[in-house]
Design a protein around this ligand. Structure first.
Ligand code: KG4
Ligand code: ZN
Length: 348
């Protein structure tokens, strides 16, 4: 079957077309078109919803045309679109575009939960995934959640951030240091420079790392960065060494907390697998340290980390989620609405 996936929940416009051969459990990505608005939002230091909506409106027809030209499908069988969680005006832009196209093509729509799509992209090369229970860690600019997955469609949120998401924290720190937006990749880049920065000995807290729950908190980390920053002279703050030292420490603080809580959940719930998703998972240090610690501490647990391009928002993950939930397809489009605060634990 041929599935079209549309993603517009935040600042990436994603359109993908997949060919899924169910009997052979094979997925072929015929087209994966993406437009990242990151540069446009850079001057605001974060996503500016009205601008994002306008950009989605402009980009959707262009990306769809390009995707259809590339994929050249005989017929599209099903359309999957993200309905939440995300920015309300952005979600509506994708939904309305999807409805228009589906009406024209006389096909049904599967509404998709964005967080579930981040989880299900892990099964891109493993449609018959059956290692349950599984722990899912989703870390993005809007979310930081640890989820217990009993099967596809059955999720329990074990914990989540009580304030800022991990990506949001990195974005804010990057802004303070003048590194640009999105902050995660900017912090990763400067932290990896081969530069001695040991004259700055910075120790940031690892918020909630020793608490027995699975919640996170990253706003205190941002405040601790601000404190240190304010105590430095103008010259020190602007020095490359300071930025490098701070980027390394804040990145490591986020990594330590994410890994500790995920491994603890994996052990307590005796899971068979751990899967990851969300933009922050594109971070090379996080990926490297995760692999090392999983292999050392829970060697029997399987783990899946999507390729970096599938960690950040994209249309492929929406199409996959649409495939797994194809029975949920809807013909009466009136029922399909944006749900900005949708929870992964509440089935659509
Ligand atoms: O999943 P995503 O593309 O969009 C949301 O749903 O939020 O995640 C975007 C977030 C941003 O906060 C960005 O700074 C962060 O992911 N991010 C990274 C990296 N690439 C993106 N954080 C750390 N290291 C990266 N390489
Ligand atoms: Zn996302």
């Amino acid at each position: 079957m041929i599935i079209l996936g549309i993603e517009t929940s935040c600042d990436e416009t994603g359109v993908a077309i997949l060919k899924i051969k169910e009997k052979e459990s094979k997925i072929e990505i015929l087209a994966n078109e993406l437009f990242s608005q990151a540069k446009l939002h850079a001057k605001y230091g974060g996503v500016y919803p009205t601008l994002a909506k306008r950009e989605h409106k402009k980009n959707l027809p262009v990306l769809l045309k390009r995707a259809i030209e590339k994929a050249n499908p005989k017929k599209i069988d099903l359309l999957a679109v993200t309905v939440g969680p995300g920015l309300d005006p952005c979600l509506w832009e994708g939904i309305n575009f999807a409805k228009e196209f589906a009406k024209k093509e006389k096909i049904s729509i599967v509404p998709v939960n964005h967080i579930e799509a981040h989880i299900l992209i892990n099964f891109l090369s493993n449609l018959n995934f059956n290692l349950f229970p599984t722990i899912c860690l989703i870390v993005s600019g809007g979310h930081t959640q640890l989820i217990l997955m009993k099967k596809i469609g059955n999720y329990k949120i074990l914990g989540e951030t009580r304030d800022d998401a991990a990506g949001e924290c990195l974005d804010k720190v990057a802004r303070l240091l003048g590194l640009g937006y999105p902050g995660g990749p900017a912090i990763e880049k400067i932290a990896s420079l081969k530069l001695q920065a040991s004259r700055f000995k910075i120790h940031l807290p690892r918020p909630m790392i020793n608490q027995k729950n699975f919640d996170f908190s990253f706003s205190g980390l941002k405040t601790a960065v601000l404190y240190d920053f304010k105590n430095k002279s103008e010259k020190e703050r602007k020095s490359k060494e300071y930025k490098v030292a701070m980027a390394r420490e804040v990145q490591q603080a986020v990594i330590d907390v994410l890994i500790e809580k995920t491994l603890r959940a994996a052990k307590i719930f005796k899971v068979k697998a751990i899967v990851f998703g969300g933009g922050v998972m594109a971070n090379k240090q996080l990926r490297k340290q995760l692999v090392e610690r999983i292999e050392k501490e829970t060697p029997k647990v399987e783990y899946f980390i999507p390729e970096p391009k599938y960690c950040t928002d994209n249309g492929v993950m929406v199409a996959i989620a649409g495939f797994f939930h194809k029975k949920r397809k809807i013909k009466n489009f009136e029922k399909i609405k944006a749900e900005a605060n949708l929870k992964v634990s509440v089935p659509l």
